[in-house]
Each structure stands twice: as structure tokens, then as C-alpha cells.
Write a protein that binds this ligand. Structure first.
Ligand code: FEO
Length: 159
């Protein structure tokens, strides 16, 4: 058996870790009084759980036992709201690169079911990066000003 299923299992754990990171970010934003941004991060955390569960479902469908690993402790503090979203964008870029590597490996091992399964994640990462890039840009423009941040909080709440 090739390594691709092992690597998808690793990514399943990384998706759960992503959710854990976003939960920690949500808590920080809530603590700062930005309920809209916090709610958005909660939603992201939930999406990461769904990403992991899709992989769980795939692994069980092809007869591979999903194995859960320890999750690294996420940061509890950030420099600012902008810092949170910049780190989230950076994290999404890491996810994209990991998904790309998985697709390469699936092709290398000629595992078409894995390759086709991973297509969904390739598309999803385009959206994920786009959303975070847009929010980082808006937060950069807010330049730490509370009036602009509170306005943005309302806009992000609707996303
Ligand atoms: Fe599952 Fe946000 O990547």
C-alpha cells in the first residue's frame, strides 16, 4: 500500500489542529470585545472539523483505520486583531501547500480515488485563502483604529 492514506490521516489531524487554533483565536477576539470576528472564527473552527470528518469518512470507506494524534497547544495571545487574521492567512497557506503535496503524492502513487477525493480540498483552499486575504486587507486599512475595527466587526459577523 502507498503512503497516501497515511498522509491523508496526518492531514485529518492537521485539520483538527486548525480548528483548535481557530477556536483559540475566537476566544481571544471575544475577550477583546469583537463578537463578530469571534463568531466568524468559531465558524471557521467548525469548518475545519468538517474538513477533518470528510477525510475520516474517506479513510473508513477505503478500509484505512483513522488514527487520532495529540493536538499541539495553540497560542492564547496575539498582538492585535490584524495579527490574528494574518496568522490565520499564513496557516491557510500552509494548508494549501500540504494539500498540493498530497495531490502530488496521490498522482505519484497513481491512486486515482485519493486524487479525485482531494480535488474538493484544492477548490476549498482557493476560497479559504481568498476570504482571509480580503479580511487582512480590510484590517490593514483599519490601521488599529477602534471605530474602523468595530465597523469591520459588524461586516465580518455577516460572513
Ligand atoms: Fe481546512 Fe481552512 O483549511
Amino acid at each position: 500500500m502507498g503512503k497516501i492514506l497515511e498522509k491523508i490521516n496526518e492531514q485529518m489531524n492537521f485539520e483538527l489542529e486548525s480548528g483548535y487554533i481557530y477556536l483559540s483565536m475566537a476566544a481571544y477576539l471575544k475577550d477583546r470585545g469583537f463578537d463578530g470576528m469571534s463568531g466568524f472564527m468559531h465558524k471557521q473552527a467548525h469548518e475545519e472539523y468538517e474538513h477533518a470528518m470528510k477525510m475520516y469518512g474517506f479513510l473508513t470507506s477505503v478500509g484505512k483505520l483513522p488514527v487520532f494524534e495529540s493536538i499541539n497547544k495553540p497560542a492564547a495571545n496575539y498582538k492585535s486583531e490584524l495579527d490574528v487574521f494574518q496568522q490565520a492567512l499564513q496557516h491557510e497557506k500552509t494548508v494549501t501547500s500540504r494539500i498540493d503535496d498530497l495531490v502530488d503524492l496521490a498522482r505519484e502513487e497513481n491512486d486515482k480515488r485519493a486524487e479525485i477525493f482531494l480535488q474538493w480540498y484544492v477548490t476549498e483552499q482557493v476560497e479559504e485563502e481568498d476570504v482571509f486575504t480580503d479580511l487582512v486587507l480590510k484590517l490593514e486599512r483599519a490601521d488599529g483604529k477602534f471605530s474602523a475595527l468595530y465597523l469591520l466587526d459588524g461586516i465580518i459577523a455577516g460572513k
